[in-house]
Ligand binder design. Structure first.
Ligand code: TNX
Length: 533
């Protein structure tokens, strides 16, 4: 009986459906549409690639990417520059001003592989999908024929990395960029400054890195208290040349690096270097404890000059449309006590210190927009009447983002509840190196940037989402990687795949091959405690 049932199963249409899932179940993020075709493609010992389209320089880069994917997979010879008629792999840029530049179509059939897109972004994403269909060392294996038509659900798909609390070497950042690209993230939000360290060289303000990049002790504290230091100094910074290198490396992977210079709070490292920027005389020390500091920038003309000087250099290094100005967790106590701050409040007819923070940020925003850029701020900026052109990053849950979208701001959703990857993945206290809060993989996968409380018009303001990694408890790169991976894969899927494709069990299935891939790449990922994996 069993063999009869098996025979029926193999020859029945259900079996065809099964192989659709086979292809789709290897892909992450899930494409917008995956359609099974009859047959398969068996690679030859030599693979010829054709490249067609207007932008030769871009095509050359993409051709090199394709060749490296196919060599890793099949270990055969790969030749670039054939005519499409003779090629096994046909890559084409087909300009279409109406189409989403990140979209692509990938078809595999007996005749080979064809990938086309309206822009280089789409071709690049298509190659990442191809990499998953032809994983490393899969020589001799036929690829089931399939047609994939794909485009992201959201245009902004980000990961944030905090290098202020712990310095992360350039090589390790590059490695995260490699992984991000594979899963179609397109933004790295680089948190470069905080109370515990200033990490970017600023030529006009050298003390930011001679003084502000170094703290007295390596911090060993387990939680917010009690504090334990080991007595050894800790620090480091990126030269502008290194930062440019990261920007360029990201660009080659179709990722934009958005720098954050957090102000007016989270600025104690800068105050340690230039105490005259504070409301009290100081001296200040680069902090060796975590949490929120009372000392913030004073809204003086000296501070504006400083901020403009810093941002001028930042904008030279980072070509991103957006510059992140922070704006989170700025206690008002110093401004309440400051004659200078109170004078501005009176002069400008402001209601209180929150309104003063709004005034401060609007003035800085003006400087940024005068340079043709736009700003992002954490959701606290809503307390100070931000200009409508400011994009709001909602971290204290979704409420700030919802309110911002209702007010007409663009929004990036980044709520602690779902996407704070510094929170514990294991049940506390099993994990020593995490922030309080329990965030297992399934809860990350439940992240939904668009809520029912938004009208379709308001929902258009939700540009996407971002997962944040604060590094208070993560001095080593293996710890950083274990916090990102694989939970960032859930974020990647949520932000790329159509809403209707959300399915936990199938996600778990699709995760399997990706964990194998992460393992092969030597990533220190954390094995999630998930049933059915
Ligand atoms: C809040 S999220 C912060 C960070 C901390 C983080 C820890 C945000 C804008 N500010 O300074 O590192 O919590 O989870």
């Amino acid at each position: 009986l069993i063999s009869i049932l098996l025979a029926i199963a193999i020859s029945s249409p259900a079996c065809a459906a099964e192989s659709v899932w086979k292809t789709a179940d290897t892909l992450l993020p899930m494409p917008a549409s995956v359609q099974e075709l009859p047959g398969s493609y068996l690679p030859h010992s030599t693979t010829a690639i054709s490249l067609s389209g207007p932008d030769k320089a871009q095509l050359k880069e993409l051709g090199a990417d394709a060749a490296s994917i196919l060599r890793d997979a099949w270990h055969g010879k790969v030749i670039l520059g054939h005519s499409p008629g003779q090629a096994d792999v046909r890559i084409a840029l087909v300009a279409d001003a109406q189409a989403n530049p990140e979209s692509y179509e990938l078809q595999i059939d007996q005749s080979g592989i064809s990938l086309k897109a309206p822009a280089a972004d789409g071709l690049f994403h298509g190659l990442q999908t191809l990499r998953q269909l032809v994983p490393p060392d899969s020589q001799g294996r036929a690829i089931p024929a399939v047609r994939i038509a794909d485009a992201p659900r959201f245009p902004y798909r980000g990961l944030m990395l905090d290098v202020a609390r712990h310095m992360i070497p350039v090589e390790d950042i590059k490695r995260q960029l490699d992984l991000m690209a594979r899963y179609k993230f397109n933004v790295l939000h680089w948190h470069l400054t905080d109370d515990q360290g200033w990490r970017l060289e600023i030529k006009g303000y050298p003390k930011l890195t001679t003084v502000g990049a170094w703290r007295k002790e390596t911090v060993l504290e387990r939680k917010l208290s009690p504090y334990v230091g080991d007595g050894k100094p800790y620090g480091g910074f990126y030269t502008q040349a290194q930062a440019r290198e990261v920007v360029e490396y990201a660009k080659q992977r179709h990722i934009t690096v958005i720098p954050e210079i957090d102000m007016p709070g989270h600025m104690v490292a800068a105050l340690a270097a230039y105490p005259e920027l504070g409301c009290t005389p100081g001296p200040f020390e680069v902090r060796t404890t975590w949490g929120v500091a009372d000392d913030i920038l004073c809204p003086s003309e000296a501070t504006f000059n400083f901020v403009m000087g810093v941002l001028s250099e930042v904008m030279e290094v980072f070509p991103s449309t957006y510059i992140h100005l922070g704006g989170d967790e700025a206690p008002t106590i110093r401004w309440e006590q400051s004659a200078l701050a109170q004078d501005i409040i009176r002069r400008e007819g402001l209601k209180n210190e929150h309104a003063l923070q709004g005034w401060f940020l609007r003035r800085v925003e003006q400087f940024v927009t005068d340079h043709g850029r736009m700003i992002i701020g954490w959701d606290e900026i809503l307390d100070g009447a931000p200009s409508p052109t400011a994009t709001v990053m909602s971290w204290r849950g979704m409420a700030g983002g919802i309110k911002a979208a209702q007010l007409g701001h663009d929004v990036i959703m980044s709520p602690t509840d779902n996407v704070y990857l510094d929170y514990c993945e294991g049940k506390p206290p099993e994990e020593p190196d995490c922030m309080v809060g329990y965030l297992p993989l399934k809860k990350v996968y439940a992240f939904e940037p668009v809520t029912a409380s938004l009208t379709p018009e308001q929902a258009k303001h939700i540009l996407g989402g971002q997962a944040n990694l604060w590094t208070e408890y993560l001095p080593r790169i293996d710890q950083v990687e274990a916090k990102y991976w694989p939970r960032a894969l859930a974020v990647a899927d949520v932000l790329w795949a159509p809403r209707a494709a959300r399915d936990w069990d199938r996600f778990v299935k699709r995760l399997g091959p990706q964990l194998v891939a992460l393992g092969k790449a030597g990533v220190h990922y954390r094995i999630p405690e998930v049933e059915g994996l």
